[in-house]
Write a protein that binds this ligand. Structure first.
Ligand SMILES: [Zn+2]
Length: 528
């Protein structure tokens, strides 16, 4: 019996290896896949700003295969989990990236030259597109650039390719997971001190003021300070470098860094398929501070459109445009600033104080003899530490039932679910249950999950944010662009997890593991 099973295992391993090794037959695979993530971009921004999108965003939207009904289909809609899905084709339940704080932080992988916390993909599970490309052709390379460590790291999984992100001292750097020293071209780029050159300048409106219907002076923006144009940079170059991430020009810098990398490393020359991943982070910074309905967000999107236009034009000068495929998506959307929405729609701002019932339950458990910290709480997920109840007469089930009942009474809480019950729900209709199931790895200890009602925030959030399973946070753009794709608007439901298998299909490589997404073959041209 053992030998039969052994043969079966060997045969299936062999089949997987053979699939991965399959060399592209048609010669039509792209030489460069350019993957673009926009941090905190809602799908509706394209239609809202379309007449003014004359640059790269407009080009991809008008000329690409656009999936208008695409989702990050998981519950904690944050940057790290969202980026872990993009080129893996798998939900966070399978990539293992549950929250930002349990994303890339790694003290054992310090940054080269400092300027931020250590970071690596050590928590990331499984493979991504660049791994499948390299199994097919070991010459394939990846370059990943972002302002944020998680934006640069997670799209290339655990690979030891090149990932660079912005340090707080104005340099792009990487961590010791990837290299011991910065490449000369990165050092040269940093030596130009582009952020510092903005000292004393200002972020002003790109278009005539009449092009912006949004009010400018909204005191609820940006923590109630500096909420009117122009937004002036400090006169001190070091201060400008430290604060540069809050200004649209950060995205221009990221694009310039990516182009410099293409030139310096030679990626995209072929014959193999290389990957350039660029995650533009500033829409998140501006969207948080000023909110999705602000004049600042409007100007940020128009500026990003122009930066991306210049980026694509420059890329087409460096490489043959007919050999480049693009995909664009976002890690999450955003909900309106709660006070701005309350003002505009004459409703109360909803802020759910879940901390109070959790603190009360914790105090009651301790009074009953529980030891240590009996309740762990983060990002809507509650865990009852069973060991702290040892030596008491408390029953875990009744403790959790009572806590769930008190959490359900909190204004702004949409629902509270027992994690063990989620799998019994109708996941085609119950999107909240489905998104939590897609969120939590089976070995991630958790008892209850708290989901906010649409438009509700947790207490303490005073600017705009995201992170809920609601559609404003989950509905994102998904666009494919280039000669492999049939341009048009596709209204069927799509997942961000579909991007990796779709790109694998045009690159003629096979994913080396089971994915949650599927290839959008309906948008791919038949081989010529
Ligand atoms: Zn954010």
């Amino acid at each position: 019996m053992r030998s039969v099973a052994g043969v079966a295992v060997f045969a299936s391993l062999f089949a997987t290896a053979a699939a991965a090794q399959r060399v592209a037959q048609s010669g039509n695979a792209p030489k460069l896949i350019v993957f673009i993530a926009v941090d905190q971009m809602r799908a509706d921004y394209f239609e809202r700003f379309l007449p003014q999108l004359t640059g790269g965003l407009g080009r991809l939207y008008r000329g690409g295969a656009v999936f208008t009904n695409a989702y990050q289909d998981h519950a904690i809609t944050e940057t790290a989990p969202g980026h872990s899905v993009m080129l893996s084709g798998r939900f966070p339940a399978h990539t293992g990236i549950v929250t930002n704080s349990l994303g890339v932080p790694d003290a054992r992988a310090p940054l080269i030259g400092g300027g931020g916390d250590g970071a690596s993909p050590f928590r990331f599970r499984g493979s991504v597109l660049i791994d499948w490309l390299r199994m097919n052709d070991p010459r394939s390379r990846a370059l990943s650039v972002s302002r944020k460590d998680r934006g640069a790291i997670l799209p290339i999984g655990r690979s030891h390719e090149s990932a660079f992100w912005y340090a707080t001292d104005g340099r792009f750097t990487t961590s010791t997971y990837y290299a011991d020293t910065l490449p000369t071209w990165v050092q040269r780029f940093n030596a130009r001190k582009i952020p510092q050159s903005y000292a004393g300048k200002a972020w002003t409106l790109l278009l005539p003021e009449s092009s912006y219907p949004e009010p400018d002076s909204v005191p609820f923006e940006n923590y109630r300070r500096n909420f009117v144009f122009p937004h002036v940079f400090s006169a001190d170059p070091a201060q400008v470098a430290a604060n540069f991430a809050a200004y649209p020009m950060m995205d221009s810098l990221t694009a310039q860094m990516a182009l410099e990398g293409v030139s310096a490393t030679g990626i995209g020359r072929g014959p193999q398929t290389d990957l350039l991943s660029v995650s533009f982070s500033t829409t998140d910074a501006v969207g948080h501070a000023y909110g999705p309905d602000s004049r600042e967000l409007h100007d940020q999107i128009v500026r990003l459109d122009r930066y991306m236009g210049a980026f694509i034009d420059s890329l087409y000068k460096l490489r043959d445009s007919s050999t480049i495929a693009f995909a664009l998506t976002a890690d999450h959307g955003v909900q309106p600033n709660p006070d701005v929405r309350a003002m505009n729609e004459h409703v109360a701002a909803m802020r759910a104080d879940v901390g109070a019932p959790i603190a009360a339950a914790r105090a009651a458990l301790r009074a009953a003899g529980a030891t240590g910290d009996p309740l762990r709480y983060e990002e809507g997920v509650v865990l009852l530490q069973r060991q702290s109840l040892a030596g008491t007469t408390l029953k875990a089930d009744s403790v959790l039932n009572a806590l769930a009942a008190s959490l359900r009474k909190v204004s702004g809480v949409g629902r509270v679910d027992f994690v063990r019950d989620l799998a019994r729900s109708d996941t085609t209709k119950d999107y909240v249950a489905r998104r939590w199931l897609h969120m939590l790895p089976s070995d991630f200890a958790s008892d209850l999950v708290i989901s906010l009602a649409p438009y509700a925030y947790f207490t303490g959030d005073i600017v705009a944010t995201h992170g809920t399973p609601n559609d404003l946070d989950a509905h994102v753009p998904e666009i494919f662009y280039g000669p492999w794709f049939i341009a048009g608007k596709y209204t069927q439901r799509a997942l961000v997890a579909d991007i990796a298998p779709t790109l694998a299909a045009i690159a003629e490589v096979s994913p080396s593991e089971k994915l949650d997404g599927r290839a959008h073959t309906e948008a791919i041209r038949k081989p010529r």
